[in-house]
Design a protein around this ligand. Structure first.
Ligand code: G1P
Length: 264
């Protein structure tokens, strides 16, 4: 499941305590990361040591905790469910349907590094074609502040959730990775529903920006939207092309398929 890659990214970025915000119907997530006594026992008896190690690896990945979001009131509301867990520390947010591939330096690690330099909330962004801005939270870069980190780090004057093409303040879209200061919870508690009649994280960050500096960091990596059918398929192919067991045959298959499609 793709959430495995999200958790692996968090762990590879130095995160040790993870809270997954789930809901009813999402029980399989808890089972996936739990210890599977029966399965481990069967694999052990059958001498399937490689698979046994893989299964054990999943449950030993990190300290994973769960909280249920009881009503689908939006991303901002989901984050608010984590308040008691987070207490008074900065934290990272990784959205489950944004998978980002960067084997050398995971996207979350890039944001944590940036946070360690400036100590402010940071949005992980990438540029999107103008016609796609209405799918995302879009940041409004400050005109007076000079971008740093080779132009990758910009200060914000605001953020808008899913703006129209005409009203979008830039083409820098939030890609499901955030570092947030704990003051965000105060904003979320008082946040009125916004786009889609949901409590939007974007709106709360926009409010936070009135009292704290907020930055956007253009992270390096290939981002896939697994909440979208075509995006899901592309992600599967990308991961397949890296998988030691199937990468060669998948590569050959794609080349063959390409030749066939060219002829058609
Ligand atoms: C959410 C956020 C949006 C962000 C997007 C990234 O939207 O609200 O700001 O840009 O994730 O995938 P959703 O995709 O849940 O509609």
């Amino acid at each position: 499941p793709t959430i495995q890659y999200i958790i692996e990214e968090a762990v590879a970025s130095g995160i040790e305590e993870i809270l997954i915000v789930t809901s009813s119907m999402k029980r399989p997530i808890e089972d996936h990361f739990d210890k599977s006594y029966e399965l481990e026992d069967t694999l052990e008896k059958k001498g399937k040591h490689e698979m046994l190690e893989m299964v054990q690896g999943i449950s030993n990945l990190a300290q994973i905790h769960y909280v249920r979001q009881k009503e689908a009131k939006g991303l901002g509301h989901a984050i608010l469910c984590a308040k008691t867990f987070i207490k008074d520390e900065p934290f990272v947010v990784l959205l489950g349907d944004d998978v980002v591939v960067n084997d050398e330096n995971p996207a979350t690690h890039q944001l944590v590094n940036a946070y360690n330099k400036i100590g402010c909330s940071i949005m992980g962004v990438q540029r999107v074609p103008r016609e796609d801005v209405s799918k995302y939270g879009i940041v409004r870069p400050s005109q007076s502040h000079t971008p740093t980190e080779n132009g990758r780090m910009v200060k914000l004057t605001g953020m808008v959730e899913k703006p129209s093409q005409e009203s979008a303040p830039s083409d820098l879209a939030v890609m499901g990775r955030y570092v947030l200061t704990p003051e965000i919870f105060e904003m979320l508690e008082n946040q009125e529903p916004g786009a889609g009649n949901e409590i939007q994280l974007t709106d709360a960050i926009d409010t936070l920006n009135k009292t704290q500096r907020v930055f956007a960091h253009e992270f390096k990596g290939t981002r896939y939207d697994v909440g979208d059918k075509f995006g899901f398929l592309k992600t599967s192919i990308q991961y397949g092309l890296k998988h030691p067991e199937i990468k060669d045959s998948l590569n050959d298959y794609i080349i063959e398929l390409g030749k066939k499609l060219e002829k058609e």
